[in-house]
Ligand binder design. Structure first.
Ligand code: CAO
Length: 418
């Protein structure tokens, strides 16, 4: 047995690279090629494998250290010494380290990382897994040497919960690792997760993990729209018509969908096809005591503002009474999630696949604005548009918001009603 020094390999142009993880402990026995530390450069993070097997006597680096070629990482008590030294003679008894060049940095190291199959992953992938509650050590990696990728994590999560035709089949429960049970900190109570949440949960996870969301926030001046809305009276009875601003927003959304067909589409990344819908079935997120439901209101383009308002009321009541037909949750163009009746401004709505965009609506608020030297109050509607970046570009997202603003703005709002 002799002590071997494991040093930082040649990293090409990389200098002062930060240690972001120490993957081993003193006293631990490791095999050749087991990852010992993770280094992070500007572009990538890489794990440095041990060049020998043995028991770790001393670790000479800590997280946060900036290290360079030939710096000592750890000292190993190794039985390999005789063999290695014999082989390397007549060279000096220096440990041969893998060479890292700029081009092959990650690949070279990854190819040398442990063959253990499950659980070998970069810090980024580990963080991703942690956020989704997946235990990396249970995931089989498909990359070289069994390394786990983000896609492997997604597939793993998918394999845990299979959703088929609205039926959730739980294969294995995802467990969040708790360091201490909640009850150690005080009184608790435990309830079943409501059925609607159990059904919608996997759908939300799928959307959040598979769709590259971009959310654009915008403020729309709806002063004139609000004046118009509050001035609506029934032609025959003379009674005031109470219509939610959401009906106007739905109508404006239909106009925007006509102008930007990419938002009224679905994509299939397997067949590489885009389906453009010629109908305008708008989904509305409905808050119910049983959980969130998203029924569609069909052919909104053919409805008056008043009809949209009435349909919204009728449909949300059916949801709350659990009398809605399941079919009404499918076949939508785009969804509106309105928190306007509750409060709040901006948020990140999660796309409801196979739709490719969702409009979040906050509560309108007053803003003092100086116009032509006079300070006046304007009504501002905060909106948050999330879209699938695979089909919708940022510029198109911004144009969509601007267009919506025009539809709900001073010269156009009244047109929505006719
Ligand atoms: N700004 C200010 N006030 C607004 C508003 C807005 N953007 N939108 C609606 N309001 C007002 C309405 O005018 C109405 O006021 P009055 O009672 O004075 O007439 C009041 O808020 C009632 O709103 P409402 O939310 O009950 O009704 P709605 O028709 O606007 O919305 C529905 C219907 C089904 C969308 C709503 O009831 C609901 O469930 N919202 C929650 C959606 C949700 O949970 N989204 C989050 C999904 S992500 O988890």
């Amino acid at each position: 047995m002799a002590n071997l020094k494991i040093t930082v390999p040649d990293m090409g142009d990389f200098k002062d690279v930060e240690v972001i993880e120490v993957l081993v402990k003193e006293g631990q026995t490791i095999n050749k090629n087991d990852s010992i530390i993770t280094l992070e450069s500007d572009k990538s993070s890489v794990e440095v494998p041990s060049t020998h097997s043995g028991k770790i006597v001393k670790i000479s680096v800590s997280v946060g250290d900036k290290i360079n070629k030939s710096d000592l990482i750890l000292t190993l008590e190794s039985g390999e010494e005789k063999e290695e030294i014999k082989k390397e003679k007549p060279k000096e008894s220096k440990v041969a380290a893998p060479v890292l060049t700029k081009e092959i940095t990650t690949k070279t190291l990854i190819s040398q990382v442990s063959q253990s199959g499950k659980g070998s992953a970069s810090p980024k992938v580990r963080k991703f897994a942690r956020e989704l509650g997946a235990d990396v050590s249970l995931v089989s990696g498909t990359q070289r040497s069994g390394r786990v990728s983000e896609d492997d994590i997604k597939n793993y999560i998918r394999s845990q919960v299979t959703v088929s035709q609205g039926k959730v089949e739980k294969k294995e429960t995802l467990k969040y690792v708790e360091e201490y049970p909640h009850k150690e900190f005080g009184e608790i109570s435990i309830k079943e997760i409501p059925r609607v949440k159990r059904l919608s949960g996997p759908h939300l996870v799928r959307s959040w993990t598979e769709i590259p969301h971009v959310t654009q926030h915008e403020e729309i001046d709806i002063t004139e729209m609000e004046q118009f809305r509050s001035s609506l009276y029934d032609y025959y009875t003379g009674e005031k018509i109470k219509v939610t601003p959401l009906a106007f927003i739905a109508k404006a959304l239909v106009s925007a969908l006509k102008e930007f067909p990419n938002f009224n589409a679905s994509i299939d990344m397997v067949s590489n096809k885009i389906t453009y819908k010629r109908y305008f079935h708008i989904g509305f997120a409905v808050d119910t005591p049983h959980g969130l439901m998203v029924p569609k209101i069909r052919n909104v383009d053919q409805m008056s503002i008043k009809e949209i308002g009435e349909n919204l009321k009728k449909t949300s009541n059916l949801c709350r009474e659990l009398k809605i037909d399941k079919k009404e949750f499918f076949g939508g163009s785009m969804t509106i999630s309105s928190l306007g009746g509750i409060g709040g401004t901006y948020f990140t709505p999660i796309i409801n696949p196979p739709e490719v965009a969702i409009l979040g609506v906050g509560k309108n608020f007053d803003r003092l604005t100086k116009i032509k030297g006079k300070v006046i109050t304007r009504k501002i509607l905060p909106i948050s548009l999330s879209y699938d970046h695979r089909i919708i570009d940022g510029a198109e997202g911004a144009k969509f918001c601007v267009y919506l603003g025009k539809c709900l703005g001073k010269d156009f709002a009244f047109k929505l009603a006719v």
